[in-house]
Design a protein around this ligand. Structure first.
Ligand code: S3P
Length: 437
């Protein structure tokens, strides 16, 4: 396959009303829970990105009949029940998707059969001990490659026991993995997180009739329950909307509305941080859709100012830092981000890769162990590399809105993992992206 590079023209203003694709976290979970539920689950707004499609293909490979997605993102999952998954004929390739491999390792740890889970170059470098350690405490038998990296060989037939686990890092993937394993364990499983992270697993398990008790930062469930099929309306992904929240803030004379965006309070750190920086963002039409808060979000240009990002907002905006670094580069004064060391183990090392890229386009950015110091100023333009990371590619696309010259972003095929037709939507909104391959 030939490499796709973006060549983004400098400047532009954003306007119009758009709907960005469905939420990635909710799309993954809809397939996983629908597959092991009793009955038929209908999903609308499903994200047709490579990551969530990899989850869909994985459950098909384990014997689940899944219709769609059709052009409208409708998926029908014919659930096989909690113990109905079948051994796949071959190892399962989960591509770039950390959520798939970490959640599935928990869900599959207590099955009767063996499964091998693997991924692409980026996923193969990511740490899995954070899930295999607690799963081993529960009785799971999982082999990893050297250094606790994928592929994961999940050996079936383990007798799983509930645990009470204090998580060493704030991670919704680890929390979800343990809760999913807990459904197949004897007794009660509790997990306590050091800081609040996205709670889609808890909300969706409850929607499927599997009770999860949340008390502050502790979540518990009893093993041996069942899930009952339900309908899921997937809202637009705030992590995809975030590129346009920043774009609409930093581009001159912009006024853009993003419809039907998920605004679950465990995900809205990006809005809080941008508002602290002086952004002009309004939530309109706030409503509840299938247990998840949803709103239309209007954003207009604003002169941003540098801030010290409050650490408690970091896990609530964890996927949005690449584009928040771009916002900081366009702000007046200095922005300091701390407590964000988890960024180093995402699809790329997002601290190093963003600092390298920002410096390459003329921004004063200094990486630190757990964050970055950015002095706002002129963005000159130039060439950067996405380093196998969709959010790096899209963040630098937004940087062009304030650049003096073209921004060329190398190797952007990965944008399809989370945001199909990003180029189409961005061009309609007022960004000028050409493909150079
Ligand atoms: C996700 C959790 C986060 C996030 C990822 C999706 C999820 O990862 O970065 O994009 O769906 O649970 P961590 O749990 O590693 O923070």
């Amino acid at each position: 396959m030939s490499q796709i590079d973006y060549c983004v023209k400098p400047g532009g203003q954003l306007s119009g009303t758009f709907r960005v694709p469905g939420d990635k976290s909710i799309s993954h979970r809809s397939i996983m829970f629908g597959s092991i539920a009793d009955g038929t689950t209908h999903v609308t707004g499903f994200l047709q990105g490579q990551d969530s499609l990899n989850t869909l293909r994985a459950f098909r490979a384990m014997g689940v009949e899944i219709d769609g997605p059709n052009a409208n993102g409708e998926v029908t999952i014919h659930g096989v029940g909690i113990d109905g998954l079948k051994p796949p004929a071959a190892p399962i390739d989960l591509g770039n998707s950390g959520t798939s491999i970490r959640l599935m390792s928990g869900l599959l740890a207590g099955q009767a059969f063996d499964v091998e889970l693997s991924g692409d170059r980026s996923l193969s470098k990511r740490p899995m001990k954070r899930v295999t350690d607690p799963l081993a405490l529960m009785g799971a038998n999982i082999d990893t490659a050297e250094g606790g990296k994928p592929p994961l060989k999940v050996n079936g037939g383990s007798k799983m026991q509930g645990i009470d686990y204090l998580m060493p890092m704030a991670s919704a993937q680890v929390k979800s993995c343990i809760l999913l394993a807990g459904m197949y364990a004897q007794g009660k499983t509790c997990v306590t997180e050091p800081a609040t992270t996205r709670d889609h697993t808890e909300r969706m398990l409850n929607a499927f009739g599997y009770k999860v008790d949340t008390k502050g930062k502790q979540m518990c469930l009893e093993g041996g329950g069942r899930l009952t099929a339900c309908d899921i309306d997937v809202p637009s992904d705030i992590s995809s909307a975030a590129f346009f929240l920043v774009g609409g803030s930093i581009a001159e004379n912009s006024d853009i509305t993003l419809e039907h965006v998920g605004v679950n309070p465990t995900r809205t750190g990006v809005i809080d941080i941008l508002k602290l920086m002086g952004a002009n963002i309004q939530l309109l039409n706030e409503r509840l859709v299938g247990g998840e808060p949803v709103a239309d979000i209007r954003v207009r240009s604003a002169q941003l100012k540098g801030i010290n990002v409050p650490q408690e907002l970091v896990p609530l905006a964890i996927d949005e830092f690449p584009v928040l670094f771009v916002a900081a580069a366009c702000a007046e004064g200095q922005t300091v981000i701390t407590g964000a060391e988890e960024l180093r183990v995402k699809e790329s090392d997002r601290i190093q890769v963003m600092a390298d890229g920002l410096q390459a386009i003329g921004v004063d950015a200094t990486p630190t162990d757990d964050g970055m110091i950015i002095n706002g100023g002129v963005i000159k333009g130039g060439k950067v590399h996405s380093r196998d990371d969709h959010r790096i590619a899209m963040a630098f696309t937004m940087a062009a809105l304030r650049a003096e010259k073209d921004v060329v972003i190398e190797d952007c095929e990965n944008v399809n993992t989370s945001f199909p037709d990003f180029i189409g939507l961005a061009n309609r909104a007022g960004i000028s992206i050409a493909i150079a391959s």
